[in-house]
Write a protein that binds this ligand. Structure first.
Ligand SMILES: Cc1ncc(C[n+]2csc(CCOP(=O)(O)OP(=O)(O)O)c2C)c(N)n1
Ligand SMILES: [Mg+2]
Length: 551
């Protein structure tokens, strides 16, 4: 099957899927090797328990390895079950190709089993969604899907294949895939941003996921260091400056973004996570610069002092050159940033950490979530992949866990879809065979994907799952109370044995109810070499302190 050969040529090594007759030929081709064009190597087949898990796994593959992810879902419900995950990839700019089965053209309109015109559903959440009707052009279409998915701004692409086309036989020539070339940003735009930066006294640089996905993490870090810019990291850029770096001020981000006079946001949309791009004091708003990988990514809302679009690595290289080579910079530090600005933020970070330390040492029972993270931090390696799927439990993780390297943190991103967890963990184990994989799972979130612990077990993919079990939809319970003075429909079963669910599926796990038992449980979990759920009963009365729920 040349469709899979095309995928192989784009660096794909695994196909995530759930069985359906409409897509059997893909499995047959994967089992028998994908032909000369694909190097004759079989593709690893990973079968899951819900189509959303297949697409979440493909998405996490793309986000961790920066090569495209591939999922195949059967016609009708297979495709509709994948829509939330495709949308997550869409909002995360993750290069994913989803192949769908499709009822036969021959009977189209007569009411075949699972007949649905899928591209109409997928078009709004993909770069392109279309149907392949002919075997002879299938490989070319799959190749095109991968090229599109990988071209900046990256994202998911959907292709469904009619029954005749997928079951047919045809030879096809495939041309070698040329890597997508990202255009450099305009030099004049970089010059304008350099001028703003030269004059700024309280600049802040915000780095987002595209800095990692676009391979700009090293130059971004060097730029921050050479220009002495305080940095706030978001999403997959967390770790571009490792936890503890003197310029990393994420722990003091409210203060940094509130007092800044210039905020440069690179590789992240100016969405709710960044206050829609309004920064600085109320009476003296900060100037805002937005840098994105394509012109369409530049925010159309709000007032921008400047912007640049194009390859993010080229942007940072250009910016440093502009500021350090410029005659005006001779013999001076390249910016006018107030001498005390960065140290002031570093001090705020230190103060925030000192405050954290009290909670993180909490001996309270039921356990305070902060205590779980202090115990986890003691055993976490720099190259660990940490995945968050849940509400408040994951917000606490975002606060306390500062990754040591970029590309090792996976949250669901701005779509905020619960249920990413198991799919992300499956992909993480495949992408990083010898790293620690830790999934932080709310008890509510567990309901969406925990059955896929079965997939971890069947495919021998060890992972540590830490369930923050507060017996509640915490991130709904507390906001509802704040709004209405009471809450309804936010309680789950207290102390529910999610660890026993994983044991029943062939993995392992245990229940933890006291702070002192967390560390030994984590040690057993990392040593288990199996999917292992540490089910920590936490205090339902503890709400993550937030100023907005994003609603
Ligand atoms: C698919 C989906 N359904 C509903 C929501 C709304 N939602 C956001 S957070 C949350 C609560 C999550 O509860 P849990 O995973 O137990 O984490 P906790 O907040 O209790 O730590 C809900 C229901 C969502 N984000 N995604
Ligand atoms: Mg909960």
């Amino acid at each position: 099957m040349h469709a899979l050969a095309a995928a192989r040529r784009h660096g794909v090594s695994a196909l995530f899927t759930l069985s359906g007759g409409h897509i059997f030929p893909l499995y047959d081709a994967a089992v028998k090797g994908v032909g000369e064009a694909g190097g004759g190597q079989p593709l690893r087949l990973v079968d899951v328990r819900h189509e959303q898990t297949a697409v979440f796994a493909a998405e996490a593959t793309a986000r961790l390895t920066r090569t495209p992810g591939l999922a195949a879902v059967t016609a009708g419900p297979g495709v509709t079950n994948s829509v939330s995950a495709v949308t997550t990839a869409w909002l995360n700019g993750a290069p994913v190709v989803v192949l769908g089965g499709r009822a036969a053209d021959y009977h189209w309109g007569a009411g075949s089993l699972q007949e649905l015109d899928h591209p109409l559903l997928l078009a709004p959440v993909t770069k392109r969604a279309w149907t392949e009707h002919a075997t002879a052009t299938l490989a070319g279409s799959v190749d095109e899907a991968f090229r599109l998915a990988m071209a900046p701004h990256r994202g998911p692409v959907f292709l469904d294949i009619s029954l005749e086309a997928i079951y047919g036989q045809a030879e096809a020539e495939l041309s070698a895939p040329d890597p997508p070339v990202a255009a450099p940003p305009d030099a004049g735009d970089i010059g304008r941003i350099a001028t703003l930066l030269r004059a700024a006294r309280r600049p802040v640089l915000v780095l987002g996921s595209d800095v990692w996905l676009g391979g700009a993490e090293d130059v971004a870090r060097r730029a921050a260091e050479e220009l002495r810019l305080p940095v706030v990291t978001n999403g997959q850029a967390r770790g571009v400056l490792p936890g503890g770096h003197d310029l990393l001020v994420t722990r003091a981000r409210s203060l940094a973004l509130r007092d800044a006079d210039l905020v440069i946001v690179a590789g992240a949309p100016l969405d709710f996570r960044l206050g829609y791009g309004s920064f600085g004091p109320k009476d003296a708003p900060a100037q805002v610069v937005h840098v994105a990988d394509v012109p369409g990514g530049i925010a159309a809302h709000g007032q921008l002092a400047a912007s640049a679009a194009g390859d993010l690595a080229a942007f940072f290289t250009g910016l440093v050159a502009e500021l350090t080579d410029h005659p005006a910079s001779a013999g001076r530090t390249p910016t006018a940033a107030a001498e005390d600005w960065a140290p002031q933020l570093t001090e705020a970070v230190r103060a925030a950490r000192a405050l954290d330390a009290r909670l993180m040492a909490s001996d309270a029972e039921p356990v305070h979530p902060a205590r779980i993270y202090s115990e986890l931090l003691r055993v976490l390696d720099d190259d660990a992949v940490v995945i968050g799927d849940g509400g408040d439990f994951v917000s606490f993780a975002g606060k306390y866990i500062e990754p040591g390297r970029p590309g090792g943190w996976l949250d669901p991103g701005p779509f905020g879809c619960l249920g990413t967890g198991l799919g992300y963990a499956i992909a993480a184990r495949l992408a990083r065979p010898s790293a620690q994989i830790v999934l932080l799972l709310g008890d509510g979130a567990a309901g969406f994907s925990l059955m896929d612990a079965d997939t971890l077990v069947r495919h021998r993919l060890p992972a540590v799952i830490v369930c923050g079990n507060n017996g509640a939809w915490g991130l709904e319970k507390h906001p509802m109370r704040a709004l209405y003075g009471y809450d309804v429909l936010t309680d789950l079963r207290p102390g529910c044995r999610y660890d026993e669910v994983v044991r029943a599926l062939g993995g392992a796990g245990e229940l933890v109810t006291s702070p002192a038992s967390i560390a030994p449980a984590l040690r057993r979990a990392f040593a288990a070499n199996a999917p292992y759920l540490v089910n920590v009963v936490t205090d339902p009365e503890i709400a993550y302190p937030r100023s907005t729920t994003g609603v």
